[in-house]
Design a protein around this ligand. Structure first.
Ligand SMILES: *Cc1c(COP(=O)(O)O)cnc(C)c1O
Length: 304
C-alpha cells in the first residue's frame, strides 16, 4: 500500500533509517557483533517505531475519507505525541483520550501534543478500561463526531504490517543478521519484526513493563490477526524492566552513564530510559551470560 493519498508537508523522512556498527569491547570479547538500526533518526516529528506503526493507519484513514484521528494513551505516551505529530504533518485533526484527570500545567509530552493541534480529552480510569469496547467508542462518536480510531499504543494489524517492513529493511542492510532486538511496550513492533524476518533469523523483545507475561499472548494474537498465523521465531525477555514502566534503577542509570561516556564521540545518542536503555542493558547482560552465541550478528532497533 503506497501513501499515495497522503501529502507529507514536513521534512523528508529518512528511510531506510541508517545502520551503524557499535564497537563494544565487552561484546567483542564474546564474539557478538552489535549493529544499531537508527529508527530514532527517521524524523523529528514522527520518530522511531511510531512512524512505522502509524504509516498504514494514516493511509487507511485518508483512503476512507476520515479527517480526524482519535487515539488513547497515558499522560506520558509517546504514541499520543506521535499521533499529534502525524496529524499536524499530514493534515488530520487529532483527539487524544488521556487516562485519568487533567493536571495543569501540562507535562512536556501533552504540551507538545497540544502545540501540534491535538485536542486532549480525559477519561476516568474505570471507563478507560473499557475504552476499546463498542459502547464506549459509540459514546465518543456521539460526542466528537466521526473519527478513525487508532488503539492505545497504536498496535493493530496495520501497525504490525508497518513494523514488518523494518525487518525487510534490516535484512537488506545487514544480510548476515541473526537476531533483531527491540524494546517492547504493547508488542506491536515485535510482532511485526518477527513476522517480517526470513527463515533462520530470530527476534527478541525486551519488556519494559513489570509482570508483562501477558505479552506472549498479545504478540501471538497480533500476529494471528495480521498474518493469519503466528511465527515461532521470537521470544520476550521479562527480566529487564528495571522496576517497571518509566521506572529506573541505579543499575540502569549507571549503564546509561557509562554508555554515554564510551560513545559521546562516535554517537549522537542519549539512550531513551523508558525503552531503549532497557533493551541495550538486556543485550549486554544476555551476551555476558552466554545466552547470545559467539559469532552472532545482533541488530538493536533504536525505536526512539
Ligand atoms: C512506543 C515505543 C515502544 C514500544 O513499542 P510497542 O510496539 O508498543 O511494543 C518502544 N520504544 C519506543 C521508543 C517507543 O516510543
Amino acid at each position: 500500500m503506497a501513501l499515495r493519498t497522503l501529502e507529507y508537508g514536513g521534512p523528508t523522512l529518512r528511510l531506510p533509517s541508517p545502520v551503524l556498527e557499535l564497537r563494544e569491547e565487552q561484546l567483542g570479547r564474546r564474539g557478538v557483533r552489535l549493529i544499531l538500526k537508527r529508527d530514532d533518526l527517521i524524523s523529528r516529528d514522527l520518530p522511531g517505531n511510531k512512524w512505522r506503526k502509524l504509516k498504514y493507519n494514516l493511509a487507511a484513514a485518508a483512503a476512507a475519507g476520515h479527517r480526524t484521528l482519535l487515539t488513547f494513551g497515558g499522560a506520558y505516551s509517546n504514541h499520543i505525541r506521535a499521533t499529534a505529530g502525524a496529524g499536524s504533518v499530514f493534515g488530520f485533526d487529532t483527539i487524544g483520550v488521556i487516562r485519568g484527570e487533567e493536571h495543569l500545567p501540562l507535562n512536556p509530552v501533552l504540551a507538545e501534543a497540544t502545540d501540534r493541534g491535538m485536542r486532549l480529552v480525559y477519561m476516568d480510569r474505570t471507563t478507560y478500561r473499557s475504552k476499546h469496547e463498542p459502547a464506549t467508542v459509540e459514546g465518543l462518536r456521539a460526542t466528537y463526531g466521526d473519527f478513525y480510531l487508532i488503539p492505545e499504543g497504536g498496535s493493530n494489524e496495520l501497525a504490525v504490517r508497518g513494523c514488518a517492513e523494518l525487518a525487510a529493511e534490516i535484512e537488506d542492510q545487514v544480510p548476515d543478521v541473526d537476531l533483531v532486538c527491540c524494546p517492547t511496550g504493547t508488542g506491536g513492533t515485535l510482532a511485526g519484526i518477527a513476522g517480517g524476518l526470513g527463515a533462520g533469523r530470530r527476534a527478541a523483545g525486551f519488556a519494559v513493563l513489570k509482570g508483562a507475561g501477558f505479552l506472549v499472548d498479545d504478540v501471538a494474537d497480533l500476529q494471528r490477526r495480521t498474518f493469519g498465523a503466528t511465527t515461532d521465531n521470537w521470544t520476550i525477555e521479562l527480566g529487564f524492566h528495571f522496576g517497571g514502566y518509566a521506572k529506573t534503577s541505579t543499575d540502569l542509570t549507571a549503564f546509561r552513564t557509562q554508555f554515554a561516556e564510551r560513545h559521546d564521540l562516535d554517537l549522537d545518542l542519549d539512550l531513551d530510559r523508558v525503552y531503549v536503555a532497557k533493551m541495550m542493558a538486556g543485550i549486554f547482560s544476555m551476551t555476558e551470560a552466554g545466552r547470545i552465541p559467539a559469532g552472532s550478528t545482533v541488530v538493536a532497533v533504536i525505536t526512539g
